[in-house]
Unconditional design. Structure first.
Length: 115
């Protein structure tokens, strides 16, 4: 079990680095790996009911939990930021569609032609 916990901690730390560097493809791969480790933990718990974890393992799991909570907060912020930017992009797109081909200027002047 100690090996699985160590790997969970390592993957969680790598996930934090991936988010900081905005490497979301790497984050996705790390989430898949983490999911496998979580399944291994569930299987181990089912096979060894009543086993008590060492204090060291408990501390590592607390660290993993803390990293997970921090990652969740950062990802929610990134999602909110992404949604806001997407909305701005849609607004800009709608605004440019309402006007004609504003790229063709007449002697450097923009002629407002609303469709």
């Amino acid at each position: 079990m100690e090996e699985i916990i160590n790997e969970l901690l390592r993957v969680s730390q790598e996930m934090k680095k991936a988010i900081e560097q905005e490497e979301f493809n790497e984050l996705n791969e790390l989430l898949k790996i983490r999911h496998i480790f979580m399944k291994d933990v569930d299987e181990w718990k089912a096979a060894n009911p009543g086993t008590i974890l060492s204090q060291n393992d408990k501390e590592k799991l607390k660290e993993v939990l803390g990293l997970d909570q921090e990652l969740e907060r950062v990802l929610k912020e990134k999602m909110s930021e992404n949604i806001q930017l997407r909305g701005q992009l849609k607004d800009r797109s709608r605004a440019s569609k309402k006007y004609g081909n504003y790229q063709s200027l007449t002697n450097g002047a923009f002629v407002d032609t609303f469709k």
